[in-house]
Design a protein around this ligand. Structure first.
Ligand SMILES: Cc1cc2nc3c(=O)[nH]c(=O)nc-3n(C[C@H](O)[C@H](O)[C@H](O)COP(=O)(O)OP(=O)(O)OC[C@H]3O[C@@H](n4cnc5c(N)ncnc54)[C@H](O)[C@@H]3O)c2cc1C
Length: 466
């Protein structure tokens, strides 16, 4: 096949959220969805593949496509329809979670499922089928999608819903941008009577206690645990829990005032926090900070209940913009595993102990409760997830080796993985967790929607290409 070269000025360097990967690609930024068919044709003529990218907030390589084309879809930011009576919104895929809540919250509606950050796009959230701290209650975001429209690389434009083209609906949502491009998304938002939730915080002295408490509170609107990944022995897996419930206007009248995250934390301006935190980003420093935090919370936050805005509760990780940079030059990676409830304690005990033995304790560890869903590349189980943030050491091979060991422990416990967070899973381990039937279905659908295999990314070639 003869190929047509692409303009050199489109060449850019892209990174993953954790800044552990740096890749060069031809980057195109469409501003209208009707530009997509021509871009597919152009890629075909150039003999290159296309990777889709929203806000680039995936921790691993899901939005990177080294040496090929990346379509940066952040220019597709129109809200196409909005009904403040029903809470149904139709939007382009580059609309962010932040744009969504800023648009809808003043009128009493909130995105039913949000990740721990407000910056991802709707397209990226559907492709990964994100979950929130309310996964047990609300399921993944896909369960709140009424319909979407998509441009397929085979030239077709399709509308999908649970009733129409349902197989594609349940596969493109979770499908990591490998089957087509979402061009509009219709989402049912959740009615809220206040801009605030009632939050209760408390601690547990070990892993068994954390798991038991997350399970006991899974019917609350939100429940999340923060583990001290450095604690050992009988304190292994100790941590802090936060549960939150929606409240009525009588308890907390909706505020019309500024709902932005606070500009300072404990009186310290946010901008100067990263340099102040950087000296503690090592095993000793994190261990010390975790110990201080756990002890302080045990005393100060023991079952204390307070009102917090939905924005503050859900987007704790956005308080300090660019916090991920404090992990240094090699960046960070996340390992998130999903384990059936019965196996969770023994698997997570092994996972935490192994990471500590290898000298690579996780610096941030988040525990959630999940339930299964029916999307093709689902990460969910009836059980728990534990998301572990690791600093990439000066010899990254140590972390790669640890990740492979952790993956084997997770698989032996019947666990699953999440492509939005993953950057190291091998093709063999992917096959074990997804199973041959799911991979065959993905391949069959890809053959129909994308016969030339135009849609690819680094994650696809690493873990999913058969
Ligand atoms: C601090 C932080 C906290 C997080 N917390 C959570 C959490 O609590 N729960 C959770 O589930 N996730 C969480 N995430 C992960 C994040 O929600 C997902 O990675 C999400 O996919 C990011 O969206 P994005 O717009 O940045 O997409 P990108 O990272 O740019 O892309 C993700 C995938 O979406 C595909 N894609 C993008 N746009 C389209 C489109 N229009 N059509 C088809 N495919 C498309 C891409 O090909 C890619 O495979 C968190 C991430 C961060 C950085």
């Amino acid at each position: 096949m003869s190929t047509a070269p692409l303009p050199l000025h489109n060449i850019s360097r892209l990174e993953n959220f954790g800044h552990s990967l740096k890749r060069v690609a031809y980057v195109f930024r469409p501003e209208h969805t009707d530009e997509l068919p021509a871009l597919f044709e152009q890629a075909g003529r150039a003999g290159l593949t296309i990777g889709l990218r929203g806000a680039g907030r995936s921790y691993g390589d899901a939005a990177l496509n080294a040496g090929h084309i990346v379509l940066d879809l952040r220019g597709l930011t129109r809200i196409l329809d909005w009904d403040a009576d029903t809470g149904i919104i139709r939007a382009e895929p580059g609309v962010t979670i932040e744009q969504l809540w800023r648009h809808a919250l003043p009128q009493g509606w909130w995105p039913p499922v949000v990740p721990g950050t407000m910056f991802p796009t709707l397209g990226g959230c559907l492709a990964a089928n994100i979950h929130g701290k309310n996964n047990w209650q609300a399921g993944p975001i896909g369960e709140h999608v009424l319909a979407f429209e998509a441009a397929l690389p085979n030239g077709q434009q399709v509308t999908c819903s649970p009733q129409q083209n349902s197989e594609l609906f349940y596969s493109m949502i979770s499908g990591m941008g490998l089957l087509g491009v979402f061009t509009s998304i219709t989402l049912q938002l959740k009615k809220v009577h206040s801009t605030h939730v009632r939050v209760t915080g408390w601690t547990q002295p070990n892993l068994a206690g954390m798991l038991a408490e997350v399970d006991a509170n899974k019917d609350e609107d939100y429940i999340v645990g923060w583990l001290d990944g450095c604690a050992r022995g009988s304190a292994l897996g100790r941590g802090q829990l936060h549960r939150a419930t929606y409240v009525h206007a009588d308890e907390a009248p909706p505020t019309r005032s500024n709902l932005d995250l606070p500009a300072s934390i404990m009186g310290i301006p946010k901008a100067i926090l990263p340099p102040l935190m950087a000296p503690f980003v090592n095993n000793f420093g994190v261990g010390l900070v975790n110990f201080a935090k756990y002890t302080a919370n045990r005393v100060l936050e023991n079952h204390k209940s307070y009102l917090q805005s939905l924005v503050e509760f859900n987007f704790l990780l956005d308080y300090i913009p660019g916090w991920e940079r404090i992990y240094g030059r090699n960046g960070l990676v996340q390992h998130q595993s999903f384990i059936p409830a019965a196996a969770a304690e023994s698997v997570y005990r092994e996972v935490l102990q192994l990471a500590q033995r290898r000298g690579l304790p996780p610096y941030l560890s988040v525990l959630k409760r999940h339930r299964p869903d029916k999307f093709l590349l689902s990460h969910a189980v009836d059980g728990y997830s534990l998301a572990l943030d690791f600093r990439v050491p000066s010899d990254p091979a140590r972390l790669v080796a640890l990740a492979a060991e952790l993956d084997a422990i997770v698989l032996a416990g019947g666990g699953r993985f999440y492509f939005a967070k993953d950057g190291m899973l091998s093709a063999e381990h992917t096959q074990q967790f997804l199973g041959a039937a799911t991979l065959a279905k993905l391949s069959e659908l890809k053959h129909q929607t994308d016969p030339q295999h135009l849609l690819q990314h680094d994650l696809f070639r690493r873990a999913l290409a058969s």
